[in-house]
Design a binder for this molecule. Structure first.
Ligand code: FMN
Length: 164
């Protein structure tokens, strides 16, 4: 099974989760980058005062249509996925054969991002997982990653399961 893990990460937490998933489920990794996000001040300014300003994505390396499964990961920004993730999903979700989502946040109750990614993509995920930032920082998130990967593997036909 060919898997692509696509993620956006500002301060490295979502990236750490993405890389850990790839340790258990062989996958190509793709980071979504937004050239307009030059620093956190600009990010907040755009969020507060320029919600409709068009944002661009840096060129991507991988075509999601080439993969059996695309896993999309996002941090929580004001209760939502960052706009570059929304742009990515709007642009590419129709090409996903199967999808799984994961999110990260500072507040453990904040899991709306998973629902928003599902709504924006219009796809029902084979698995979802949420990661609390402090758990990722102190490196105690491996079990959640393993459970997420197990859920994904269980959802797939036996013939397409990969051995990690
Ligand atoms: C602009 C911004 C907005 C955020 N908004 C929220 C929020 O609404 N709820 C929350 O729990 N965490 C919020 N956070 C914290 C991040 O979701 C959390 O630290 C996440 O794990 C960071 O992932 P990253 O390092 O991959 O960027 C916010 C962080 C930033 C930078």
């Amino acid at each position: 099974m060919k898997t692509l893990i696509v993620y956006f990460s500002w301060s490295g937490i979502t990236a750490r989760v993405a890389k850990k998933i790839a340790e258990f489920l062989p996958a190509d990794l793709e980071e979504i980058k937004c050239p307009e996000y030059k620093n956190l001040f600009v990010v907040f300014w755009l969020m507060l005062f320029a919600r409709n300003k068009e944002l661009t994505l840096a060129p991507l390396k991988n075509n999601p249509a080439d993969y059996d499964l695309v896993i999309v990961g996002a941090p929580t920004w004001a209760g939502r996925p960052p706009r570059p993730v929304i742009i990515y999903l709007n642009r590419y979700a129709r090409q996903f054969k199967q999808v799984a989502f994961f999110s990260t946040s500072a507040d453990p109750r904040e899991q709306q991002v998973l629902k928003t990614m599902e709504a924006v993509s219009g796809k029902s995920p084979v698995a979802v997982a949420h990661f609390h930032r402090p758990a990722v920082s102190r490196d105690s998130f491996t079990r959640t990653v393993q459970e997420f990967v197990q859920k994904i593997t269980d959802s797939l036909p036996e013939t397409s399961r990969a051995t990690p």
